[in-house]
Design a binder for this molecule. Structure first.
Ligand SMILES: [Zn+2]
Length: 385
């Protein structure tokens, strides 16, 4: 693979400039420099327009997370899957009990009570009652595995017993949902029913993603309203000043730190929720940021941030910045990739970065990894020639 030398040089120069010159240089200085005022104003205005248009293009192309696909499922398929799940559980040594709780699929299927449902359901003729699967209560976990592997089954993970105790302490339950094979989620946390639902094959890193949602839900119920917390953090207060020790202990110290910075950036509630959940997953997986799995989860969280910010109505200047940042991070697929440039607080450089990325990204794009002077990595898609 060969990279285009002009772009490479352009980007290296831009990156180095950002590190050597960390303050905004054009628009913000217009008022101070009388001699070049007109030239600078003209230059900065066209720059600003260019950057705005580049950003709106980037923001536009960020896909919506969690799009429910329209599909069809038959009663026969659901019965078959339900049976297979029970067999798998028994082979694993998991002891379960039936509940009358509604399985996840029943929320997605279009029925008389739920005409909005996106999945078409074909009931077996002659069968009176529709069957959407079963929620099974776990009475006994299998013997835990010896090795702690984030990609291995949650049900046999050595930390599962203590994680379920934590969940119980929060007041939530844990179930196996036999309908999930046909749903749009591999597992879920449901605040309304106060439960986590997984499949027998759900890996540990996915389970702890849901566990983080549960912790967040309890945290939100315990603290003052989310909006009040956000506005107080934006006005310069810290979580330590605002929350009781008891509330702070609901989240891990690392998560609290992340939460404070996301609140400062004006990211709305759901965007924060998914970012924290993905953060827990990424930490457990301990993957380098150029890894495909890492980037998939990272992007998923950024998509939530972008769409939640877009839906948040009139945005503050900080939120506008956060929206741009989340969109660029989604595009590049790595936090490290942009932190080196974005922390320079130089809006023109961010524009250059964004423009470079837009120019270079197409189906044939490959990635190059560039280490900046401050030690952060830039992941840059490059056309091969
Ligand atoms: Zn999630």
């Amino acid at each position: 693979m060969k990279m285009k030398p002009t772009f490479f040089l352009f980007f290296v120069l831009a990156s180095v400039a950002s590190l050597k010159n960390p303050s905004p240089v054009l628009a913000d200085e217009v008022g101070h420099s009388k001699s070049n005022q007109c030239v600078r104003a003209l230059f900065s205005d066209s720059w600003k327009r260019l950057i705005d248009s580049v950003y709106s293009k980037i923001i536009e192309r960020v896909p919506q997370p969690n799009v429910v696909r329209t599909s069809a499922v038959t009663q026969k398929q659901i019965i078959q899957a339900d049976l297979e799940v029970r067999k798998t559980l028994s082979a694993l040594g998991v002891v379960v009990d039936e509940t009358k709780l509604p399985p996840y699929l029943s929320e997605l299927v279009a029925t008389q009570e739920n005409p909005e449902g996106r999945i078409r359901f074909d009931q077996t003729p002659g069968v009176r009652e529709a069957f959407f699967g079963t929620i099974l209560r776990v009475l006994r976990l299998p013997k835990p595995a010896l090795k702690s592997d984030p990609n291995a089954l949650a049900l046999t993970h050595p930390d599962m017993p203590s994680a379920l105790q934590d969940l119980k302490k929060l007041g939530y339950d844990f179930y196996i949902d036999t309908s999930l094979r046909f749903a749009d989620a591999s597992s879920y946390f449901d605040g309304e029913f106060g439960m986590i639902g997984i499949q027998p094959n759900t890996p540990w890193h996915v389970f702890i993603h849901e566990l983080q949602h549960a912790k967040w839900n309890r945290f939100l119920e315990s603290v003052i309203s989310f909006d009040a917390l956000q506005s107080k953090i934006e006005s310069g207060k810290t979580l330590k000043e605002l929350l009781s020790l008891q509330d702070r202990e609901l989240l891990d110290p690392e998560i609290l730190q992340k939460l404070e910075s996301l609140l400062k950036q004006g990211v709305p509630e759901n965007g924060i929720d998914e970012t924290l959940a993905v953060g827990v997953q990424l930490k457990a997986l301990d993957l380098p940021s150029y890894n495909h799995t890492y980037q998939r989860f990272f992007r998923y969280a950024r998509r939530h941030q972008v769409w939640d910010l877009k839906a948040a109505g009139p945005l503050s200047e900080t939120q506008k910045g956060s929206l741009r940042r989340a969109a660029v991070e989604e595009l590049l697929g790595s936090e490290a990739s942009v932190s080196g440039v974005l922390t320079s607080k130089n809006p023109y450089l961010i524009g250059i970065l964004a423009a470079t990325v837009v120019i270079l990204t197409d189906e044939r794009a490959r990635r190059i990894f560039l280490k900046l002077l401050d030690g952060t990595w830039v992941v840059l898609p490059m056309k091969s020639s």
